[in-house]
Write a protein that binds this ligand. Structure first.
Ligand code: FES
Length: 105
């Protein structure tokens, strides 16, 4: 689905918040996974108009589920453990249009 008036069809917001207490998303690999998602989307040719933009975010307010990312415009939230989870979110949700229920929060 591509709306010609929309620059990106999807935004993936990765919380990369840090706290001195060490209990924020950045303490669970958020920066590394954000970089991984960016690299993957670039390699797959998705990082362009009509594709997907990988964004960093401050605390998204759902720390207890961290690390978290939110997919917009749908407003679907995910947690992830590793690159395999991020790959699945991009392949299933962004490309396939299917919510990854096992990672949804
Ligand atoms: S620190 Fe990531 S959601 Fe709050």
């Amino acid at each position: 689905m591509h709306d010609k008036d929309t620059f990106y069809n999807f935004h993936l917001f990765f919380c990369t918040n840090q706290r001195d207490s060490g209990s924020a998303c950045s303490d669970f690999g958020a920066h590394k996974m954000k970089d991984h998602a960016k690299r993957l989307c670039t390699e797959m040719g998705l990082s362009k108009s009509g594709g997907v933009r990988i964004n960093m975010s401050g605390c998204l307010g759902r720390c207890e589920h961290g690390p978290v990312l939110a997919v917009y415009p749908e407003g679907v939230w995910y947690t992830y453990v590793d690159a395999d989870d991020v790959n699945e979110i991009i392949h299933e949700h962004i490309i396939g249009g299917r919510v990854v229920e096992r990672l949804k929060i």
